[in-house]
Design a protein around this ligand. Structure first.
Ligand code: WT7
Length: 653
């Protein structure tokens, strides 16, 4: 099991932070929710489903044929109506839905009424080009309002969206377009990042050189840069969408109608198309957003810094907050442009009350120095959240002291693309928190840390994190690969969902998520599979074999370290140049986020007799540790060879 080094120190210190009396008193969710959900879990979720507006009520709360769940069976609803129409009908159309801030400093305020009009126009536009409830739409955009509008317009007409993070390469986009068999791509000419315009449309053009069934590409003009244009295929958003009627009647869809696909890395080279359906997903996204972020929609200004290319952007920028009528900030750019105080300036400008971000960013802020947050007025903040990877206690404390001024509860939220919504987290008005712990499963959620055989380990011990009862926003499967869903999540332990994470229960039964136990890396909160990077590397002409590991990294959680064997005739002395070419190749194949931080050229890789690469040993090398037990290696000398080779050779950072 992975062990966090500082864990034992931490547990002995046992710092506990209690919600203030006033926070506790006004909290949306109180302690009795745990008991209520425990007494009758299905009745609890049924009550939460009533946060939504249903056109037809369900006749069964849960149909559970392990591992296949259907929630709120027979119910009908429309996701975009739940996010928009019903708020406007309730008279809060003038409430701000989004304060959008572009990286160059342009900004836009969009009310719920305005957002509804834009979504209706976009829905009409999509229908006018033949998109309907049977289709998939790929969305490849920067974080601009049109990205949210596109998602909601798809939901409105029942087409599943498949958002592909704008940082992914043309290759990655192409395989996702093919896998989901998308009929339409929505993109932009480009966006702004780190002070300059980047392009997106060329990647779409390149992706569509591969076989596909895409009929149209709808392009938002964001930067005004020149784009290549295919008249029969490409359409400008400002021409097609703007001329549409702002009347659009939304149809109701079945509770189990597909809402979206989102690709995430697994243990093989092929990403998994995790798909989610409507009623259950929206129910849990809305409930957890209400409970964990304690949203008071009339007063709060909520900011989740995630991109819509990740599940966090789906559940906690789009669906959860909009269902709850939140006022949000969205920001297109990076936190260091034009200054390292950018995020803090925006907190001050918009008087943000709730901030939800990732440990990597928190650690980056720590490194940059307190002068940046201290230069801004952060006193509007009342709640802080963290997601994506384990947060180390030092970063947690810094977040609490320097950003929260010791005045804000911190919610460390554990969940996954597959779980759809938050599963393990403190309730901010109830739970006494410990720095670095996600504390305990939310009301209505059952999690267990188990040993190799699937038996609960009990307090004070570590093991595998599993989920033992179905939950409304659970993935309904892997798109096009039903068996992979069963194999990946339901085969390791009988009757339990295995999440891929190791975890430990402390003496009080609090959960400490320790990180992945499979061949999946977590770099800056982004999931990347070792095999995916390996297969990108071996597709380079110079590489014969590759093994990739995630090595601990103080800033990004894990960093990608690759060990490569070169093909005969390639001289490893071309070191720096070759390394750059390999890194660029990976960026091309997958995206910049998958670029190895370090590439080490070796003569051999450590393999067992059955040919499995022993990544554990490579991790020891990558983390500069004494190499562990190598007795099961086919060739016991390999590790010595690798270490010697590396010490005499060079490795660039
Ligand atoms: C994996 C899921 C959940 C949205 C963002 C990532 C890790 C996530 C935590 C946390 C420790 C965490 C896990 C998980 N993870 N949140 N609070 N503490 N680890 O979604 O890409 O589906 O990745 O991220 O390893 O399995 P994802």
């Amino acid at each position: 099991m992975p062990e966090s080094e500082s864990l034992s120190n931490l547990l002995s210190e046992n710092r506990l932070f209690k919600p203030s009396d006033s926070f506790a008193k006004n909290a949306n969710v109180k302690f009795d929710s745990y008991q209520e959900a425990k007494k009758d879990r299905l009745a609890f979720w049924e009550k939460q489903a009533n946060r939504l507006t249903w056109d037809k009520k369900w006749n069964q709360v849960l149909d559970w044929q392990l591992p296949f769940a259907k929630w709120f069976v027979g119910g009908k609803l429309n996701a975009s109506v739940n996010c928009l129409d019903r708020h406007v009908a309730a008279g809060i159309g003038n409430r701000v839905a989004f304060f959008f801030e572009g990286e160059p400093g342009d900004s836009k305020t969009i009310t719920y009424s305005q957002l509804l009009i834009e979504v209706k126009k976009c829905a009409n536009a999509l229908e006018s080009i033949g998109i309907g409830a049977e289709d998939r739409v790929a969305i490849y955009m920067p974080l601009i309002p049109e990205a949210v509008i596109a998602m909601l317009a798809c939901a409105r007409i029942g087409a599943m969206h498949s958002v592909v993070f704008g940082g992914f390469s043309a290759e990655a986009l192409s395989s996702r377009i093919q896998d989901a068999d998308a009929k339409l791509v929505i993109t932009s000419d480009g966006g702004y990042r780190r002070g300059s315009a980047f392009a997106l449309k060329p990647a779409v053009d390149k992706a569509l050189e591969n076989p596909n069934n895409v009929k149209h590409v709808l392009v938002v003009k964001r930067t005004g840069q020149e784009v290549e244009w295919k008249n029969s295929r490409d359409l400008w958003w400002h021409e097609l969408v703007e001329k549409q009627s702002d009347e659009h009647e939304a149809k109701s869809f079945d509770s189990e109608h597909g809402l979206f696909i989102l690709y995430t890395s697994g243990t093989t080279a092929k990403p998994k198309g995790i798909f989610h359906t409507t009623g259950g997903y929206l129910t849990q996204a809305a409930y957890t957003h209400h409970a964990v972020f304690d949203l008071k929609p009339e007063k709060d200004v909520y900011w989740c810094t995630a991109d819509i290319g990740w599940i966090t952007g789906h559940s906690y920028v789009v669906y959860g907050p909009l269902i709850n009528g939140a006022t949000q900030v969205i920001y297109e750019g990076t936190p260091d442009t034009p200054t390292k105080a950018r995020v803090f300036q925006l907190i001050e400008k918009y008087k943000v009350t709730i901030l939800y971000t990732a440990p990597t960013l928190i650690r980056t802020w720590m490194k940059w120095g307190d002068e940046f947050p201290n230069s801004c007025d952060l006193s509007s903040l009342r709640l802080l959240g963290s997601v994506g990877e384990p947060i180390n206690p030092e970063a947690w404390m810094w977040y609490r002291e320097v950003i929260g001024k010791n005045n804000c509860p911190i919610v460390d939220t554990w969940w996954q693309t597959e779980t759809g919504s938050i599963m393990i987290s403190p309730l901010p008005g109830v739970t006494e928190t410990k720095p670095g712990s996600a504390m305990k499963p939310l009301p209505g959620i059952s999690a267990e840390v188990v040993d190799d055989k699937g038996n609960p380990v009990g307090n004070g011990k570590g093991g595998y994190l599993t989920l033992t009862e179905p939950w409304p926003s659970m993935t309904r499967g892997v798109w096009g690969e039903p068996q992979r869903f069963i194999d990946t999540y339901w085969s390791r332990f009988k009757n339990m969902y295995f999440a891929g994470d190791g975890a430990k229960l402390d003496e009080d039964g609090a959960f400490w998520v320790l990180g992945r136990v499979d061949d999946v890396m977590n770099v800056s909160g982004h999931r990347i599979s070792t095999t995916e990077v390996e297969s990108a590397l071996v597709s380079h002409e110079a590489v014969a074999e590759a093994a990739v590991v995630g090595a601990n990294d103080a800033m990004t959680g894990q960093a990608i370290v690759a060990f490569v064997i070169l093909r005969g005739g390639i001289d490893s002395a071309t070191g720096a140049e070759l390394e750059k070419s390999l890194k660029d190749h990976v960026a091309n194949e997958i995206g910049a986020i998958a670029k190895p931080k370090k590439i080490m050229v070796v003569a051999e890789l450590p393999k067992t007799r059955s040919g499995k690469i022993m990544r554990r040993l490579l991790r020891d090398v990558a983390e500069n540790r004494q190499v562990g037990d190598a007795t099961t290696l086919a060739d016991p000398n390999v590790m010595k060879l690798i270490s010697e080779g590396l010490n005499s050779g060079k490795s660039e950072d």
